[in-house]
Design a protein around this ligand. Structure first.
Ligand code: SAM
Length: 305
């Protein structure tokens, strides 16, 4: 019952990957939570902490799918701006300055979370799970995220979530291939790719494109499943993923094959050191990686100097 991606010719892989994500798009978020028992959320939170973006950062999130990284990025920036506003208020010890934030929200002297609890219907309508931490009317001081994905179905799910939160500024959605990004060179401060690069046919092309689109000084960050070095833990993890995940895929999404593919693609992806040296070979400096959950996932990082 193997999906047999390893024997798929290169030019076929892209088409098949497209089909997989087209099939899973509507269930993607649910399945992520079910399969990882919510741990993917912690990894993504940690990834953003590591990035520590500052207001004004221009991010391109490639293979961005339904927007998990993009929403966390905007949320992080927004909370930084809020913190700064409070800090300057305390420091100056006089009337809260009429900042862009207060003008835009039409509520002088309060931050957006106060607006949320103070104000009327605009803050009390239901916005669902994804909006819990996302402030409305985000004013991001020039920060911006471009979510790029090859699959329009995944982007549509993400766009829908963003609209539910009233999040229209600071984010744009772009259909495109990570191996040939439809964006200008030297344009972004940070490039992220989370659980996306292993789905690409030519990993080296993806890294080269990351290098091209980053500004000098920009940072490449990749969150991806990786290899568990400890043999005992690895065998536990192997049994879980090969036996449990396709069954979950069948039960929750009626799609055994797509989830079988996901497991196989994880096993075929290069280990931490090999991937780090590929990143170095593409010209990145200061390449490092960090294992998450015993190496089940890893964060790789490098700078374009
Ligand atoms: N980054 C999101 C996250 O962490 O939740 C989505 C990850 S999802 C496992 C992988 C995504 O990679 C899918 O949305 C898929 O459409 C996208 N993808 C696969 N091949 C791609 C390519 N060549 N270029 C751009 N996106 C691609």
């Amino acid at each position: 019952t193997h999906f047999g991606f390893e024997s798929v010719p290169e030019n076929e892989k892209e088409k098949r990957v497209y089909e997989v994500f087209k099939n899973v798009a509507s269930k993607y978020d649910l399945m992520n939570d079910a399969m990882s028992a919510g741990v993917h959320r912690l990894w993504k939170d940690h990834f953003i902490q590591r990035m520590a973006p500052y207001p004004g950062t221009k991010l391109i999130d490639v293979a961005g799918g339904t927007g998990d990284i993009a929403f966390r990025f905007l949320n992080h920036i927004q909370s930084q701006i809020n913190e700064d506003s409070f800090q300057s208020k305390a420091d100056e010890d006089f009337e809260f300055p009429e900042s862009e934030l207060t003008v835009d929200l039409g509520n002088k002297g309060v931050n957006s979370s106060e607006v949320k609890s103070d104000s009327d219907s605009s803050s009390s309508d239901s916005s669902g799970d994804v909006c819990d931490d996302v402030h409305r009317d985000v004013l991001l001081k020039g920060s911006h995220v471009t979510v790029c994905d090859i699959n329009q179905e995944m982007l549509d799910v993400g766009k829908h979530k963003a609209l539910q939160c009233g999040m229209v500024s600071g984010i744009s959605w772009l259909q495109g291939n990570a191996e040939e990004l439809p964006v200008d060179s030297n344009s972004y401060d940070v490039y992220t790719i989370a659980f996306g690069i292993r789905n690409c046919t030519h990993v080296d092309k993806v890294i080269e494109e990351a290098y091209r689109v980053l500004k000098p000084g920009g940072r490449f960050m990749c969150l991806e499943f990786s290899q568990v070095p400890n043999p005992i833990l690895r065998s536990v993890y192997d049994s879980y993923s090969f036996q449990v995940i396709p069954v979950m895929g069948q039960v929750l999404a009626r799609d055994w094959r797509s989830y079988q593919y996901l497991v196989e693609s994880i096993r075929q992806f290069p280990d931490q050191e090999t991937f780090a040296s590929m990143i170095r070979q593409s010209g990145f400096s200061m390449v490092t990686y960090e294992n998450l959950t015993f190496g089940v996932a890893a964060i790789h990082s490098g700078f374009k100097l």
